[in-house]
Design a protein around this ligand. Structure first.
Ligand code: MG
Ligand code: MG
Ligand code: MG
Length: 306
């Protein structure tokens, strides 16, 4: 049995690409590929699975001794526990090349596109296969999620074309309307603790000797984001020692304004943001045009920290 698994704090792409790639591999080989997850589902993904009638992947607590395929990441810090003791069979990703190592040569397909699901769909078409209606709906949702419905600078023409093809199979006529519905379900923050909000979509990175974590909350509701500023800044400072990082960042991304507000905590975190983004002023980091953690924030922070 081979597990297909995305990163910790799974987002819609990590869950849906795991399901989609497992379906593809099973269809291609007739063998058993099991979609898995390295953490709890977020509200957006919960909505998506329900919308298309799909089951959540199985929770994998440890990858030790297991055969696994990684999707949507290739960094040890983001992977399921004990990934170093797993047999990694393949990697399908769209991020910078990280530090995951293997003993043998493997199939490693990394493309600079907006979403892993775009690469998953490519595997179907390259092999004259097609995803079923449910899988197509999941892969479409992943693309809309990762590209902020085509607004992110990470989005490519291939993502848009793939989303169109998937929408046809899934029977979604109004793509933007569906995206709006999905984002709304995903930014349902009422009743969530600051800790839950920070970890909704959170990734750890290392640059030199510095380990830092970057969370992101995306919303179409500017008021909701404005409310978070005070509570989250306070929480990040008061709970700082719990998170096991040198610096903590949180992006409050306004999808419609195509901008982000950056909150930070930790020694030198302010200086790092100011160095990374020349437009940032002390105490208020309004970053116009910045919506992508991967393409706009991580490279700038890594550069500032080196
Ligand atoms: Mg992801
Ligand atoms: Mg992704
Ligand atoms: Mg994401």
């Amino acid at each position: 049995m081979i597990y297909v698994i995305g990163h910790k704090n799974p987002d819609t792409d990590s869950i849906c690409s795991a399901i989609g790639y497992a379906a593809f591999k099973s269809a291609l080989t007739g063998e058993e590929f099991v979609p898995a997850r390295a953490g709890e589902l977020n509200p957006e993904t919960t909505f998506v699975l329900k919308r298309f009638g799909a089951e959540a992947p199985v929770f994998l607590e440890s990858a030790a001794g297991k055969d696994i395929i990684l999707v949507d990441h290739n960094e040890t810090a983001q992977a399921v526990d004990n990934v170093a003791e797993a047999n990694i069979r393949e990697i399908i990703d769209h991020h910078k090349i990280g530090d995951v190592q293997t003993k043998d040569p493997i199939y490693f397909r990394n493309m600079p596109v907006g979403c892993s699901a775009t690469i998953v769909y490519l595997h179907f078409t390259e092999n004259n296969l097609a995803p079923d209606k449910t899988t197509a709906g999941l892969l479409l949702s992943a693309i809309l999620s990762d590209t902020l419905a085509f607004r992110s600078p990470t989005c490519t023409e291939m993502d848009v074309k793939t989303a169109d093809a998937l929408a046809q199979i899934a029977g979604i006529e109004d793509i933007q309307g569906y995206a709006k519905e999905m984002f709304k379900a995903g930014s349902e923050l009422a009743g969530k603790t600051p800790k839950e909000i920070l970890y909704l979509d959170f990734k750890k990175f290392t640059a030199g000797d510095t380990t830092y974590g970057v969370g992101q909350v995306t919303s179409m509701d500017a008021d909701e984001l404005a409310e978070l500023k005070g509570t989250m800044t306070e929480y990040m400072n008061s709970s700082f020692d719990e998170h096991g990082v040198d610096m903590l960042f949180l992006l409050l991304t306004d999808i419609l304004d195509e901008s982000s507000e950056m909150l930070c905590a930790g020694k030198n975190a302010d200086e790092t943001v100011q160095k990374a983004f020349t437009s940032a002023e002390e105490g208020r980091y309004y970053l116009k045009g910045v919506v992508s953690r991967k393409k706009q924030v991580i490279p700038a922070l890594t550069e500032a920290l080196s």
